[in-house]
Design a protein around this ligand. Structure first.
Ligand SMILES: Cc1ncc(COP(=O)(O)O)c(C=O)c1O
Length: 476
């Protein structure tokens, strides 16, 4: 539809007020215009070219923005970046090729890209306190792949926490590159859900791996990096700490740092760190010489081994828009406000855990001392899949998850995993968490009761309106 006043194409969707996805009595996820509306300003032309050329994509992005605003996002690996990060991501940097590293590129015209990548690397080094940072891995999985590629050879033995006990696919899961190309041995938690460091030490001394991954996607307790370093040292294995989930908490000093214990640290940049999708690999050692193969593989040459594994080992041109957005996120992470954010993530997780316990929900390890919670739904007689679906219906987004020693299958496991990083970014506090814990408990205990579900929808709506997300941002 052409708007003769401003001369711009205006998709009919812009004409309507945006409905609330999870409005009471509405059918969830339909987004139809049948119910109450919230007053979302749709007059901005911030993506006017997109909505003009490709209204289908623009509308889908707009709908996703509305969905993010209107749900309680409790998947612990998700977060909301700042608008500054979004702007860097959506910039002309996406146009540039820059294979190589700052000062050592295979393409011309990289003076500003070098500035950006140097800023990102310097900020990462300063923030974590290491001598080397690689910021080019496209994401967390390629970062872990690069570490394996750089440090060990195909067929070498690696160890990692079993996927069903909280580990990540890239730590040696049998269908992942890490379990296919390497001889993978997995360790598990104890029955209590905690890593059993004595059992791990015994297993490591028997297996003698060359590389040990520590880190997790679903582990609600702190890692003892000092003990893990001793265990790795006992067999001269590289210790790789994947702090993807907890990087923001390491920066806010709510979780001990692996620096000084782990040989290499990998982290995604989009979880508690609150940046764009991406990854960073950190280590110490002699300055990187990415154009020259090191004389041997050893701790001394880790920076060169890592850089060469990322490029040219696994990747071509870095994603410069992503690098810039990572640099912005790292600048944000160096502020006192970010430290306070990390503390609040922790306070919120503790309050949420207590609220769930008060509802009679069993938690793996009995609680949390990081940003996430793993609940065992067995006593409630509801599977993880059904729990995820019914909570989705009322506007609470979390994920089904295997629990230690689960007797059910990954597609319908016994647990759910939830966390506080994204809601904390929106300004949610402990009191909000107590309310959320209560409605989660009520819905899970009586999952077909429409009165309870409608009440939960109302509460979700009140909370999301109380803590608006991207109030100034519009797509159409
Ligand atoms: C501990 C850990 N490592 C690595 C990754 C992989 O990151 P990505 O999904 O960016 O490849 C994840 C993602 O969830 C993770 O939790």
């Amino acid at each position: 539809m052409y708007n003769s006043q401003n001369g711009k194409f205006c998709h009919p969707e812009r004409q309507r007020r945006i409905p609330h996805f999870y409005a009471r009595d509405s059918s969830p996820r339909q987004g139809g215009a049948q119910n109450d509306s919230i007053s979302t300003d749709t007059n901005s032309t911030s993506m006017s070219h997109l909505s003009q050329f490709d209204p289908e994509i623009a509308n889908a992005i707009e709908s996703e923005l509305i969905r993010q605003r209107q749900v309680l996002e409790m998947i612990p690996s998700e977060n909301f970046t700042s608008e500054a990060v979004l702007e860097a991501m959506g910039s002309v940097l996406t146009n540039k090729y820059s294979e190589g590293y700052p000062g050592k590129r295979y393409y011309g015209g990289n003076e500003y890209i070098d500035q950006i990548e140097n800023l990102a690397r310097d900020r990462a080094k300063a923030l974590f306190g290491v001598s080397h940072a690689n910021v080019q891995s496209y994401s967390g999985s390629p970062a872990n792949q690069a570490v394996c590629f750089g440090l060990v050879s195909p067929g070498d033995k690696i160890m990692g926490l079993h996927l069903f006990y909280g580990g990540h696919l890239t730590h040696g899961w049998n269908v992942n590159f890490s379990g296919v190309y390497y001889t993978s041995v997995q360790y598990v938690t104890g029955r209590d859900g905690y890593i059993d460091y004595d059992a791990l030490a015994k297993q490591v001394s028997e297996e003698k791996p060359k590389l040990i991954f520590v880190g997790a996607t679903a582990y609600p307790r702190k890692f003892d990096f000092s003990t893990l370093a001793q265990i790795a040292k006992s067999v001269d294995a590289y210790l790789v700490a994947d702090i993807s989930h907890i990087a923001g908490l390491v920066i806010s000093e709510d979780h001990p740092s692996p620096v000084g214990h782990a040989d290499v640290i990998t982290t995604t940049t989009h979880k508690t760190l609150r940046g764009p999708r991406g990854a960073i690999i950190l280590c110490n050692g002699e300055s990187s010489e990415p154009l020259k193969a090191p004389p041997e593989r050893s701790r001394k040459y880790l920076p060169t081994m890592i850089d060469r594994a990322v490029f040219p080992g696994l990747q071509g041109g870095p994603h410069n828009h992503q690098t810039a957005a990572i640099a912005v996120a790292l600048k944000e992470a160096a502020t006192p406000e970010f430290k306070e954010y990390g503390h609040q993530v922790m306070r919120n997780a503790k309050a949420l855990a207590q609220a769930l316990l008060d509802e009679g929900i069993a938690l793996i390890t009995g609680g949390t001392d990081n940003h996430l919670i793993l609940a065992d739904l067995t006593p409630l007689n509801i599977g993880g899949k059904q729990a995820q679906n019914v909570l989705d219906e009322v506007g609470i987004t979390l994920n089904k998850n295997m629990i230690p020693f689960d007797t059910r299958k990954p597609f319908d496991p016994s647990g759910i995993r939830l966390g506080t990083p994204a809601l904390t970014t929106r300004g949610f506090n402990e009191e909000d968490m107590r309310v959320i814990g209560k409605i989660i408990g009520e819905v899970l205990k009586d999952s077909t009761n429409e009165t309870i579900k409608n009440k939960a929808r109302d509460t979700v709506r009140e909370l999301t309106e109380k803590h608006p997300l991207y109030p100034g941002l519009t797509v159409l």
